[in-house]
Write a protein that binds this ligand. Structure first.
Ligand SMILES: Cc1cc2nc3c(=O)[nH]c(=O)nc-3n(C[C@H](O)[C@H](O)[C@H](O)COP(=O)(O)OP(=O)(O)OC[C@H]3O[C@@H](n4cnc5c(N)ncnc54)[C@H](O)[C@@H]3O)c2cc1C
Length: 453
């Protein structure tokens, strides 16, 4: 689905920010290399940590990446156990024009295919197919309302309370529940916590949407080449009391001149890393105020496809945020007899307590309602549990009630020119995205490089 389409509509006519080509990592010219004996520890091998580490490594810094998992990629994880790439985190390049992920994908060999938002069918309960016109009319009205809503809320009201108050009938309408879920909750977070003032913040790139077909982690693997990465190292303490920073991981202490902390906001919220001295109040406040969403993804495979040759099959159950659309992966990868579906917000968290059999039953009840009770059960299912994942504790950051945009910059602010912070949640323009994470790493690497001049 077109991410933040409603913002795009509201921005039409305003030039889209283009990423400067210099932001793309490429092998440094010899003359660019700095003579330095400074050491850098990067905590986390997601896109932000890897982009920072790569740039600093190419500049001549001695860089070590400490990663709690046994592989790179973080929230761009790919599971290939069923013979096709299931991206557990990021799937799409959101707007390919000027997006640094587009160039990285080309360099890394990540294949991606256009997902056509117009190739869609909308089914209601009972398998009743909506006419394209009914869907398009609701969608248009939906975007109009979204573009007007932020003038109607206040700093203490959630998106949901404002919307439900103004449009009580729509709030209970199944199609509108779907639109709110797939177009707003998916892009942001829980609507009862989402800021009614800042729900549509964030820049976006123009151009079509593309979905990775051979795995988003291809980019992380490309960035990681030649880097010194130590896996299965969980950082538990960052002591920046003295000139050299002491980083504790798995009971070992390593010293460095600089540290870049790129762990997800969920990890910072959980106080999983002890900072000594404690983080400045301004940063602690930002960690608390910015929201962390939960999205879970589910891949189901069959021996043959029983569904239509379209990109998106949508369904509008009574329960919001529940398996309400299916991405037909066969459309972008002919060998994949697979559908990918989603759960958002509280329903996503609820799925984490459900067994595989329960999840399959619920998903199948939607598909059977559309295609009839005789369709076969899937041969396999893969799933995520992002809320309870100890390497993330959630999916991505969003503007909750109480968030101010300044808070993203507060998260990005370095301490004493020694402790630096990157990650999607530190990128005021592109938070919550893969490109935001990548750009944040480059930004922090540049700060450290600048200190040597
Ligand atoms: C379900 C889902 C769908 C998404 N869809 C899209 C999409 O389609 N398009 C898009 O652009 N973006 C999407 N995103 C967002 C995108 O994946 C993230 O914004 C981006 O990957 C975050 O990168 P990061 O480097 O900031 O964090 P991460 O990738 O999370 O990297 C942080 C790293 O730190 C490690 N770590 C955590 N704790 C410790 C510790 N104590 N010590 C050492 N290491 C630690 C983690 O294991 C991880 O590897 C999606 C995310 C999710 C979860």
């Amino acid at each position: 689905m077109q991410r933040r389409k409603f913002i795009k509509n509201s921005l039409s006519g305003i030039p889209i920010l283009l990423t400067a080509p210099t932001l793309l990592t490429s092998a440094c010219q010899q003359s660019d290399v700095i003579t330095t004996d400074k050491t850098v520890i990067v905590v986390g091998a997601g896109l932000s940590g890897l982009s920072a580490a790569k740039k600093l490594h190419e500049k001549g810094f001695k860089v070590t990446v400490l990663e709690s998992q046994d592989k790179v990629g973080g929230r761009t994880r790919t599971n290939r156990s069923l013979g096709i790439a299931f991206d557990e985190g990021a799937s799409w390049i959101h707007g390919i024009d000027g997006n640094p992920i587009t160039t990285l994908a080309q360099q890394a060999g990540m294949t991606a295919a256009f997902t056509d938002d117009e190739s869609i069918k909308s089914y209601d309960i009972g398998g009743v197919l909506r006419t394209p016109n009914a869907y398009a009319t609701a969608e248009d009205e939906f975007y109009t309302i979204l573009n007007s809503l932020n003038k109607k809320g206040n700093a203490t009201q959630s998106f949901e309370s404002v919307f439900n108050n103004l449009y009580p009938t729509k709030a209970n309408d199944r199609l509108w529940k779907f639109l709110l879920s797939a177009y707003v909750t998916f892009d942001t977070g829980d609507l009862d916590k989402l800021s009614s003032l800042l729900y549509n913040e964030g820049e976006e790139y123009s151009g079509i949407e593309k979905i990775a077909t051979n795995g988003y982690d291809t980019i992380a693997q490309f960035l990681a080449k030649d880097l010194s990465i130590v896996f299965n190292q969980r950082v538990s303490k960052v002591d920046y009391t003295n000139k050299k920073i002491k980083i504790t991981h798995n009971g070992t202490v390593t010293e460095a001149d600089y540290v870049i902390v790129t762990v997800p906001l969920g990890i910072l919220k959980a106080n999983a890393i002890l900072f000594i001295p404690t983080l400045p109040p301004i940063k602690q406040n930002a960690i608390q105020k910015i929201g962390m969403s939960c999205i879970n993804k589910f891949l189901l495979t069959w021996n043959t496809a029983f569904w239509e040759d379209i990109q998106y099959i949508t369904y509008t159950p009574e329960i919001k945020d529940k398996f309400n659309y299916f991405v037909n992966l066969k459309k972008v990868n002919p060998v994949a007899n697979a559908l990918m579906t989603f759960a958002y917000a509280n329903y996503a968290r609820q799925t984490e307590t459900m067994t595989d059999a329960q999840v399959i039953d619920e998903i199948m009840s939607h598909l059977k309602d559309i295609y009839g009770s005789k369709i076969p059960n899937p041969t396999n299912m893969l799933r995520t549990k992002w809320q309870s994942n100890e390497n993330a504790f959630g999916a991505y950051s969003y503007t909750a009630v109480g968030t101010e945009m300044q808070h993203f910059d507060d998260l990005a602010k370095e301490i004493d020119n020694k402790v630096f912070f990157a990650g999607e949640h530190t990128e005021i323009d592109y938070f919550s995205t893969a490109h935001g994470a990548y750009l944040s790493g480059i930004r922090e690497a540049d700060k450290i490089i600048e200190l040597q001049r």
